[in-house]
Design a binder for this molecule. Sequence first.
Ligand SMILES: Nc1ncnc2c1ncn2[C@@H]1O[C@H](COP(=O)(O)OP(=O)(O)O)[C@@H](O)[C@H]1O
Ligand SMILES: [Mg+2]
Length: 248
Amino acid sequence: MNAQIAMLCSGKGGTGKSTVAVLLGAQLAARGQKVLLVELDSGLRSVDIIAGVYGRTVYDIEDVLCGRCAGEKAVVESPLYRGLSVISAPYEGGDIRPGPLRALLAAMRPYFDCILLDTAAGMGAPFCAAAAVSERALLVLTPDPVALRDGRIVADRLIADGMPAGRLRLVVNRAARDRFGPRAAVADLDECIDTVGAQLLAVIPESPALQQAAATGAALPPGCPAALAGAALAARFCGERVGLRFPF
Ligand SMILES: Nc1ncnc2c1ncn2[C@@H]1O[C@H](COP(=O)(O)OP(=O)(O)O)[C@@H](O)[C@H]1O
Ligand SMILES: [Mg+2]
C-alpha cells in the first residue's frame, strides 16, 4: 500500500469538515480501503466523537509530532466503521509543523490506502502543514456567501502554493432545497462552483441523522440520505463516474 493523502479544508469555520471527513473515511472503508483520518484541529477536536474513538485515545497527534510516542501508538480503530482508523487532535495547544507531519505520513503510508487530513478553518498552521503534504484537497463548504467567498480565498492560496487546480474539489455540505433559489442567498450549485472556482465532487444533504450520529458517537444509519450521498462522494473520490445524488 502507498496511501494517497488528501486534506479537507474551508475558510469559514463549522462548515462540516470533520463530519464529512468521517463520512468519506467510513465510505472509503466500506469500499474495502484501509483509511487513516488525522485530525489537525487542536483544541476543537470532534473526530474522536464522530468516529466513536472518544475515551479510547491515549496518545494524540501532538504526542506523535513532538516525538513523545511512535505514530502507530496514536492510531485508534473506529469501532463504528470497520477499516477506518483515527489519530486524534489534542484537547489544547500543539503546533502542527510540516516536517514532523511529513515524517509521520511517510511512516504510515505503507499501511493505508488513503490518509485524510482534517484541518482547522482558515489558513493557519494546520492548513499550511496539510497543504505541504497533501496530493489533493477537498473544500468543504456550506451554501452561503461567506463560506463560498472564504472558500475561494483558500482555493486561490492552495493553487498559489503549488497545488494543481485539477487536484482541488468542492464538497457542498448541508444542502437543502430551501438553501438555493431566487429567495435564498445562493441561486444554485453553479453559483457555488463559480464562486469557489473548483469542480464539484459531491453534495451532502442537511441531515438530522448525520448531526445526531456525530453528536452521540453512533454509527450513521446505512441507507439514510447522508449515507447514500457519502457513498457517492467516496465513489467519485475514487474516480468513478456516478451521479451527484442531488436534488435529494
Ligand atoms: N450535513 C450536515 N447536516 C446536518 N448537520 C451537519 C452536517 N454537517 C455538519 N453538521 C453539523 O455542523 C456542526 C459543525 O460540523 P463539523 O464537522 O464539526 O465542522 P468543522 O469540522 O468544519 O468545524 C456539527 O454540529 C455537525 O453535526
Ligand atoms: Mg472540525
